[in-house]
Design a protein around this ligand. Structure first.
Ligand code: 3HC
Length: 314
């Protein structure tokens, strides 16, 4: 069985085909939350033309202010030259009109709200607004790419590109293919990922792909320890930093990623796999529900298990 799986993954990631992969030049990124605007910045500073799309102009304005602030800092630290920063700014346009924005994009990366029915409706629309050969990629944390691909009406052009928080820093992108994803699609997005300086790891369309399948249950088990009073949040974090070498403990990481995101991922899995013990953590779910209802989403709202100012705990 292992050999079979390995064979499938290797074929998907490295085989060459007679049809050369399409070169990606222009990218649309839809959804200007923290992941979406991180992907816009990364692509623009790597030389790609990018259109940043959101329904809400205020959200776009906030995203652009974060991108501009981050580019300023990178230039001030000497990590990016003045020329690269100027080119990155010039590479970005914005739009609230998905149809017009998507028209001439080679790749459209979706980073909208983590809600499957909303994503499926979005892919149905996007499939109609774009044409064969335009690649559609989801940055979903945990939902099945296959369902989005089917909703689009042309599953061969659909894959997952799963980025990690903070997008500007984390080196990995999971390149998720379904059984319908064409090799040209995989090759084209893999080349794009490499040009942005990231490492693309190929994987199949299983729940949580590689990282979140391991990381989210770990975070949620940490939250369950808080809920049961097994240990204090800071002590759980310190233990995992010093005992397991993690850069952040699970409770800080829950705040960092967003308590709403971790809750949405786990809820989705519990609904889809009610008998899988790996996804059962009722105490944690209850605590996360309470925190989300109280607006304690973590870093992005300034408070979660801890208090935050920008990217730092206070
Ligand atoms: N944006 C841009 N740059 C950032 C940043 C951000 N949000 N956060 C930190 N940085 C930069 C800092 O400016 C600093 O740059 P410098 O070296 O030029 O000064 C560098 O990163 C290191 O930052 P700090 O010194 O402040 O702090 P750390 O050394 O602790 O690093 C960290 C911060 C990189 C976030 C590190 O703590 C870490 O790796 N944490 C774990 C992150 C993680 O696990 N991410 C995955 C989450 S799962 C996910 O995203 C999937 C999703 O589907 C849920």
């Amino acid at each position: 069985m292992f050999a079979k799986v390995l064979q499938r993954t290797v074929r998907r990631s490295f085989s060459s085909t007679s049809n050369a992969a399409k070169e990606i030049k222009k990218i649309g990124v839809v959804g200007m939350g923290s992941m979406g605007h991180g992907i816009v910045q990364l692509s623009a500073q790597s030389g790609f033309e990018v259109v940043a799309v959101d329904l809400d102009q205020n959200v776009i304005d906030h995203a652009m202010s974060s991108i501009n602030g981050s580019l300023d800092k990178l230039q001030a630290k000497g990590k990016l030259s003045e020329e690269v920063v100027a080119a990155a700014r010039a590479n970005i346009t914005t739009s609230t009109d998905l149809g017009a924005a998507a028209e001439d994009c080679d790749l459209i990366i979706e980073a909208i709200v983590e809600n499957l029915p909303i994503k499926l409706a979005f892919y149905k629309d996007l499939g109609g607004l774009t044409k064969a050969g335009q690649i559609l990629a989801s940055n979903t944390s945990s939902y099945p790419i296959t369902e989005m691909a089917n909703a689009s009406g042309r599953p061969e052009d659909v894959c997952g590109l799963h980025y990690f928080n903070p997008v500007q820093i984390m080196k990995l992108v999971e390149v998720v293919s379904t059984e319908h994803t064409s090799q040209q699609t995989v090759d084209a997005v893999t080349a794009y990922v490499e040009k942005t300086g990231k490492v693309g790891v190929p994987c199949g369309d299983s729940p949580g792909f590689i990282v979140n399948r391991l990381l989210v249950p770990y975070i949620v088990q940490g939250v369950a320890m808080v809920a049961r009073g097994d240990a204090k949040p800071d002590d759980i974090d310190l233990a995992m930093r010093l005992g397991a070498g993690y850069p952040m403990g699970p409770i800080t990481l829950s705040d960092y990623v967003g308590n709403d995101i971790n809750l949405a991922v786990m809820k989705g899995w519990v609904e889809r796999f009610p008998n899988d013990p790996a996804f059962q953590a009722p105490e944690a779910m209850e605590l996360l529900e309470e925190m989300v209802a109280a607006g304690k989403l973590g870093r992005k709202t300034g408070e979660g298990f801890f208090k935050w100012e920008g990217n730092k705990r206070v």
